[in-house]
Write a protein that binds this ligand. Sequence first.
Ligand SMILES: C[S@@+](CC[C@H](N)C(=O)[O-])C[C@H]1O[C@@H](n2cnc3c(N)ncnc32)[C@H](O)[C@@H]1O
Length: 301
Amino acid sequence: MPLPSNPHPIVSAFSKSLQLNDSKHKGEKKTGLQKTIQVLGWRNRHSQAENYPIEIKSPKEYNFQVKQFQRGEVEETYGTGATVWPAALVLVKYLEHLVSQEGSTAIKTFDGHMNIADFGAGTGVTSIAAALLFPRSFVLCTDGSDVVVELAKENVKNMSSKKCEKEEDDIVQVESSNILTTKYWWGDGSLLVALKKNKGSGAKFNVILVADCVLPKLYPIIPLIDGLDECMSETSVAFCTYEHRYYPEYDPKVYFCHHAAKRGLKVEQIPTAHQHPIYSVDDIELWKITRDHDHDGENIC
Ligand SMILES: C[S@@+](CC[C@H](N)C(=O)[O-])C[C@H]1O[C@@H](n2cnc3c(N)ncnc32)[C@H](O)[C@@H]1O
Protein backbone atom coordinates (compact mmCIF):
# COMPACT_ATOMS: atom_id res chain seq x y z
CA MET A 1 0.00 0.00 0.00
CA PRO A 2 1.33 3.45 -0.84
CA LEU A 3 2.08 6.18 1.68
CA PRO A 4 -0.13 9.28 1.63
CA SER A 5 1.30 11.81 -0.81
CA ASN A 6 3.96 14.07 0.67
CA PRO A 7 4.46 12.20 3.99
CA HIS A 8 6.48 13.58 6.87
CA PRO A 9 10.25 13.25 6.14
CA ILE A 10 10.80 10.98 9.15
CA VAL A 11 8.04 8.72 7.92
CA SER A 12 9.60 8.57 4.45
CA ALA A 13 13.00 7.70 5.91
CA PHE A 14 11.58 5.02 8.18
CA SER A 15 9.58 3.55 5.33
CA LYS A 16 12.62 3.46 3.07
CA SER A 17 14.70 1.66 5.66
CA LEU A 18 11.89 -0.82 6.17
CA GLN A 19 11.76 -1.58 2.47
CA LEU A 20 15.50 -2.15 2.40
CA ASN A 21 15.13 -4.76 5.11
CA ASP A 22 12.14 -6.44 3.51
CA SER A 23 13.63 -9.89 3.45
CA LYS A 24 14.09 -9.89 7.23
CA HIS A 25 10.39 -9.28 7.89
CA LYS A 26 7.71 -11.84 7.75
CA GLY A 27 4.63 -10.77 5.74
CA GLU A 28 2.25 -9.94 8.56
CA LYS A 29 4.76 -8.02 10.65
CA LYS A 30 5.67 -5.93 7.63
CA THR A 31 2.04 -5.17 6.83
CA GLY A 32 1.40 -4.11 10.43
CA LEU A 33 4.46 -1.89 10.46
CA GLN A 34 3.63 -0.34 7.13
CA LYS A 35 0.13 0.43 8.34
CA THR A 36 1.56 2.07 11.48
CA ILE A 37 3.86 4.19 9.35
CA GLN A 38 1.02 5.21 7.10
CA VAL A 39 -1.08 6.25 10.08
CA LEU A 40 1.86 8.23 11.51
CA GLY A 41 2.08 9.86 8.11
CA TRP A 42 -1.39 11.39 8.17
CA ARG A 43 -2.72 11.41 11.70
CA ASN A 44 -1.32 14.66 13.05
CA ARG A 45 0.48 15.72 9.91
CA HIS A 46 -1.32 19.06 9.48
CA SER A 47 -3.03 19.50 12.83
CA GLN A 48 -0.87 22.53 13.69
CA ALA A 49 -0.97 24.10 10.23
CA GLU A 50 -2.75 27.36 9.53
CA ASN A 51 -4.48 25.72 6.59
CA TYR A 52 -5.27 22.00 6.53
CA PRO A 53 -4.85 20.52 3.03
CA ILE A 54 -7.19 17.76 1.81
CA GLU A 55 -6.96 15.67 -1.31
CA ILE A 56 -10.10 14.08 -2.77
CA LYS A 57 -9.63 11.47 -5.48
CA SER A 58 -13.17 10.45 -6.53
CA PRO A 59 -15.23 11.05 -8.60
CA LYS A 60 -12.65 13.65 -9.75
CA GLU A 61 -9.41 14.87 -8.20
CA TYR A 62 -9.71 17.92 -5.99
CA ASN A 63 -7.27 19.63 -3.65
CA PHE A 64 -8.60 22.11 -1.16
CA GLN A 65 -7.68 23.48 2.23
CA VAL A 66 -9.56 24.69 5.27
CA LYS A 67 -8.43 27.40 7.62
CA GLN A 68 -7.81 26.29 11.22
CA PHE A 69 -7.57 28.36 14.39
CA GLN A 70 -5.10 26.82 16.80
CA ARG A 71 -5.83 28.43 20.14
CA GLY A 72 -9.61 28.07 20.03
CA GLU A 73 -9.74 25.33 22.63
CA VAL A 74 -7.25 26.93 25.02
CA GLU A 75 -8.78 30.39 24.80
CA GLU A 76 -12.29 28.91 24.95
CA THR A 77 -13.34 30.86 21.89
CA TYR A 78 -13.99 28.19 19.28
CA GLY A 79 -13.96 25.18 21.61
CA THR A 80 -12.86 22.09 19.72
CA GLY A 81 -14.39 23.16 16.42
CA ALA A 82 -11.57 25.15 14.85
CA THR A 83 -9.23 22.34 13.81
CA VAL A 84 -9.60 19.25 11.63
CA TRP A 85 -9.74 16.14 13.83
CA PRO A 86 -8.33 12.78 12.69
CA ALA A 87 -11.85 11.32 12.98
CA ALA A 88 -13.00 13.79 10.31
CA LEU A 89 -10.31 12.49 7.98
CA VAL A 90 -11.34 8.88 8.63
CA LEU A 91 -14.92 9.81 7.69
CA VAL A 92 -13.97 11.81 4.58
CA LYS A 93 -11.68 9.07 3.32
CA TYR A 94 -14.29 6.37 3.99
CA LEU A 95 -16.77 8.31 1.84
CA GLU A 96 -14.10 8.72 -0.86
CA HIS A 97 -13.46 4.96 -0.65
CA LEU A 98 -17.21 4.27 -1.12
CA VAL A 99 -17.42 6.55 -4.13
CA SER A 100 -14.32 5.03 -5.71
CA GLN A 101 -15.85 1.53 -5.57
CA GLU A 102 -17.67 2.02 -8.86
CA GLY A 103 -20.24 -0.59 -9.71
CA SER A 104 -20.69 -1.59 -6.10
CA THR A 105 -24.05 -1.21 -4.38
CA ALA A 106 -22.51 1.55 -2.27
CA ILE A 107 -22.19 3.93 -5.20
CA LYS A 108 -25.71 3.18 -6.38
CA THR A 109 -27.05 4.14 -2.98
CA PHE A 110 -24.95 7.29 -2.73
CA ASP A 111 -24.96 8.58 -6.29
CA GLY A 112 -25.36 12.28 -5.69
CA HIS A 113 -28.51 14.45 -5.67
CA MET A 114 -28.65 13.92 -1.94
CA ASN A 115 -29.62 15.99 1.07
CA ILE A 116 -26.74 15.73 3.50
CA ALA A 117 -26.46 17.12 7.03
CA ASP A 118 -23.11 17.55 8.77
CA PHE A 119 -23.49 17.78 12.57
CA GLY A 120 -20.82 19.58 14.63
CA ALA A 121 -19.01 20.33 11.38
CA GLY A 122 -16.22 22.43 12.92
CA THR A 123 -14.06 23.79 10.09
CA GLY A 124 -16.56 22.47 7.54
CA VAL A 125 -14.11 19.96 6.08
CA THR A 126 -16.57 17.03 5.96
CA SER A 127 -19.26 19.21 4.37
CA ILE A 128 -16.93 20.45 1.64
CA ALA A 129 -15.69 16.92 0.95
CA ALA A 130 -19.29 15.61 0.81
CA ALA A 131 -20.23 18.34 -1.69
CA LEU A 132 -17.35 17.27 -3.94
CA LEU A 133 -17.83 13.52 -3.51
CA PHE A 134 -21.60 13.55 -4.12
CA PRO A 135 -22.37 15.75 -7.14
CA ARG A 136 -25.54 17.85 -7.22
CA SER A 137 -26.15 17.40 -3.52
CA PHE A 138 -27.47 19.87 -0.96
CA VAL A 139 -25.25 19.91 2.12
CA LEU A 140 -26.22 21.54 5.40
CA CYS A 141 -22.97 22.32 7.18
CA THR A 142 -23.87 22.94 10.82
CA ASP A 143 -22.39 23.59 14.21
CA GLY A 144 -23.83 24.72 17.53
CA SER A 145 -21.23 27.43 18.10
CA ASP A 146 -21.68 30.81 16.40
CA VAL A 147 -17.95 31.47 15.96
CA VAL A 148 -17.34 27.99 14.59
CA VAL A 149 -20.18 28.50 12.08
CA GLU A 150 -18.45 31.71 10.95
CA LEU A 151 -15.18 29.81 10.42
CA ALA A 152 -16.97 27.07 8.46
CA LYS A 153 -18.75 29.72 6.37
CA GLU A 154 -15.42 31.29 5.50
CA ASN A 155 -13.96 27.91 4.50
CA VAL A 156 -17.01 27.00 2.43
CA LYS A 157 -17.03 30.42 0.72
CA ASN A 158 -13.39 29.94 -0.27
CA MET A 159 -14.54 26.89 -2.26
CA SER A 160 -17.40 28.53 -4.06
CA SER A 161 -17.49 28.98 -7.78
CA LYS A 162 -20.55 31.21 -7.63
CA LYS A 163 -23.12 32.29 -5.09
CA CYS A 164 -26.51 30.64 -5.16
CA GLU A 165 -29.44 32.94 -5.75
CA LYS A 166 -31.35 31.94 -2.62
CA GLU A 167 -30.11 33.27 0.74
CA GLU A 168 -27.06 34.57 -1.02
CA ASP A 169 -24.91 34.93 2.06
CA ASP A 170 -25.29 31.43 3.40
CA ILE A 171 -25.73 29.09 0.43
CA VAL A 172 -22.76 28.71 -1.84
CA GLN A 173 -22.22 26.54 -4.86
CA VAL A 174 -19.28 24.16 -4.63
CA GLU A 175 -18.81 22.44 -7.98
CA SER A 176 -22.28 21.04 -8.76
CA SER A 177 -23.46 20.92 -5.13
CA ASN A 178 -24.78 23.63 -2.81
CA ILE A 179 -23.74 24.11 0.80
CA LEU A 180 -25.82 25.98 3.36
CA THR A 181 -23.74 26.77 6.44
CA THR A 182 -25.91 27.44 9.44
CA LYS A 183 -26.13 27.17 13.21
CA TYR A 184 -27.81 24.00 14.47
CA TRP A 185 -27.90 22.98 18.09
CA TRP A 186 -28.62 19.27 18.07
CA GLY A 187 -32.30 18.55 18.53
CA ASP A 188 -33.54 22.17 18.38
CA GLY A 189 -35.79 21.48 15.37
CA SER A 190 -34.23 24.13 13.12
CA LEU A 191 -32.43 21.86 10.66
CA LEU A 192 -35.48 20.10 9.23
CA VAL A 193 -37.10 23.53 8.87
CA ALA A 194 -34.07 24.76 6.90
CA LEU A 195 -34.10 21.64 4.69
CA LYS A 196 -37.80 21.91 3.89
CA LYS A 197 -37.53 25.65 3.26
CA ASN A 198 -34.89 25.05 0.59
CA LYS A 199 -35.90 21.66 -0.84
CA GLY A 200 -39.67 21.47 -0.33
CA SER A 201 -41.94 20.11 2.37
CA GLY A 202 -41.36 16.44 1.52
CA ALA A 203 -37.57 16.69 1.68
CA LYS A 204 -35.65 14.25 3.87
CA PHE A 205 -32.02 13.76 4.75
CA ASN A 206 -30.36 10.92 2.85
CA VAL A 207 -27.10 11.07 4.77
CA ILE A 208 -26.01 12.58 8.08
CA LEU A 209 -22.32 12.99 8.89
CA VAL A 210 -21.02 13.17 12.45
CA ALA A 211 -17.25 13.41 12.89
CA ASP A 212 -15.83 13.27 16.40
CA CYS A 213 -18.87 14.53 18.29
CA VAL A 214 -19.17 11.69 20.83
CA LEU A 215 -17.12 13.40 23.53
CA PRO A 216 -19.01 13.24 26.83
CA LYS A 217 -16.24 15.00 28.73
CA LEU A 218 -17.16 18.13 26.78
CA TYR A 219 -20.56 17.63 25.20
CA PRO A 220 -23.55 15.64 26.49
CA ILE A 221 -24.45 12.68 24.28
CA ILE A 222 -28.25 12.82 24.58
CA PRO A 223 -28.65 16.04 22.50
CA LEU A 224 -26.66 14.36 19.70
CA ILE A 225 -29.08 11.42 19.76
CA ASP A 226 -31.99 13.92 19.84
CA GLY A 227 -30.56 15.50 16.68
CA LEU A 228 -30.21 12.16 14.90
CA ASP A 229 -33.68 11.07 15.96
CA GLU A 230 -35.11 14.37 14.77
CA CYS A 231 -33.39 14.37 11.35
CA MET A 232 -33.38 10.68 10.39
CA SER A 233 -36.17 9.34 8.21
CA GLU A 234 -36.84 5.63 7.67
CA THR A 235 -34.26 5.59 4.88
CA SER A 236 -31.57 7.96 6.20
CA VAL A 237 -28.07 6.70 6.93
CA ALA A 238 -25.79 8.42 9.42
CA PHE A 239 -22.04 7.87 9.47
CA CYS A 240 -20.41 8.72 12.77
CA THR A 241 -16.75 8.53 13.69
CA TYR A 242 -15.87 8.01 17.33
CA GLU A 243 -12.36 8.32 18.75
CA HIS A 244 -11.67 6.32 21.91
CA ARG A 245 -10.64 8.66 24.74
CA TYR A 246 -10.34 8.06 28.45
CA TYR A 247 -13.62 8.79 30.22
CA PRO A 248 -13.85 7.32 33.70
CA GLU A 249 -17.56 7.78 34.36
CA TYR A 250 -18.95 5.41 31.74
CA ASP A 251 -18.18 3.93 28.34
CA PRO A 252 -19.38 6.54 25.82
CA LYS A 253 -19.92 3.91 23.14
CA VAL A 254 -22.13 1.73 25.35
CA TYR A 255 -24.04 4.80 26.52
CA PHE A 256 -24.53 6.07 22.95
CA CYS A 257 -25.74 2.70 21.67
CA HIS A 258 -28.08 2.19 24.61
CA HIS A 259 -29.80 5.56 24.13
CA ALA A 260 -29.82 5.25 20.33
CA ALA A 261 -31.62 1.88 20.65
CA LYS A 262 -34.26 3.51 22.86
CA ARG A 263 -35.05 5.84 19.93
CA GLY A 264 -35.21 2.98 17.43
CA LEU A 265 -31.78 3.69 15.97
CA LYS A 266 -29.51 0.82 15.04
CA VAL A 267 -25.75 1.33 15.37
CA GLU A 268 -23.43 -0.96 13.40
CA GLN A 269 -19.65 -0.80 13.34
CA ILE A 270 -17.98 -0.63 9.93
CA PRO A 271 -14.86 -2.83 10.13
CA THR A 272 -11.54 -1.16 9.33
CA ALA A 273 -11.13 -3.68 6.49
CA HIS A 274 -14.11 -2.00 4.74
CA GLN A 275 -12.71 1.48 5.28
CA HIS A 276 -10.00 3.38 3.41
CA PRO A 277 -6.87 1.21 3.47
CA ILE A 278 -4.69 4.03 4.80
CA TYR A 279 -7.06 6.34 6.65
CA SER A 280 -8.44 3.75 9.09
CA VAL A 281 -7.28 3.07 12.62
CA ASP A 282 -8.42 0.83 15.45
CA ASP A 283 -8.98 3.62 17.97
CA ILE A 284 -11.26 5.63 15.69
CA GLU A 285 -14.43 3.70 15.07
CA LEU A 286 -16.83 4.28 12.22
CA TRP A 287 -20.49 3.62 12.90
CA LYS A 288 -23.37 3.30 10.47
CA ILE A 289 -26.66 4.37 12.06
CA THR A 290 -30.06 3.56 10.57
CA ARG A 291 -33.63 3.18 11.73
CA ASP A 292 -33.99 -0.25 13.31
CA HIS A 293 -36.65 -1.69 10.97
CA ASP A 294 -36.30 -5.23 12.34
CA HIS A 295 -36.46 -3.95 15.91
CA ASP A 296 -33.84 -6.55 16.68
CA GLY A 297 -32.05 -4.08 18.94
CA GLU A 298 -28.78 -5.58 17.77
CA ASN A 299 -26.57 -2.61 18.42
CA ILE A 300 -22.82 -3.02 18.52
CA CYS A 301 -22.82 -3.01 22.29
C1 LIG B 1 -14.38 17.74 18.28
S1 LIG B 1 -15.25 18.92 17.33
C2 LIG B 1 -15.37 18.07 15.77
C3 LIG B 1 -15.30 19.03 14.60
C4 LIG B 1 -15.29 18.35 13.23
N1 LIG B 1 -16.46 17.53 13.04
C5 LIG B 1 -14.04 17.52 13.05
O1 LIG B 1 -14.09 16.30 13.31
O2 LIG B 1 -13.00 18.06 12.63
C6 LIG B 1 -16.95 18.81 17.95
C7 LIG B 1 -17.89 19.88 17.38
O3 LIG B 1 -19.22 19.66 17.87
C8 LIG B 1 -19.84 20.92 18.14
N2 LIG B 1 -20.90 20.72 19.15
C9 LIG B 1 -20.76 20.30 20.43
N3 LIG B 1 -21.96 20.20 21.03
C10 LIG B 1 -22.90 20.58 20.12
C11 LIG B 1 -24.32 20.69 20.14
N4 LIG B 1 -25.04 20.36 21.23
N5 LIG B 1 -24.96 21.09 19.01
C12 LIG B 1 -24.22 21.38 17.91
N6 LIG B 1 -22.89 21.31 17.82
C13 LIG B 1 -22.22 20.92 18.91
C14 LIG B 1 -18.68 21.77 18.66
O4 LIG B 1 -18.95 23.17 18.52
C15 LIG B 1 -17.52 21.30 17.78
O5 LIG B 1 -17.38 22.09 16.63
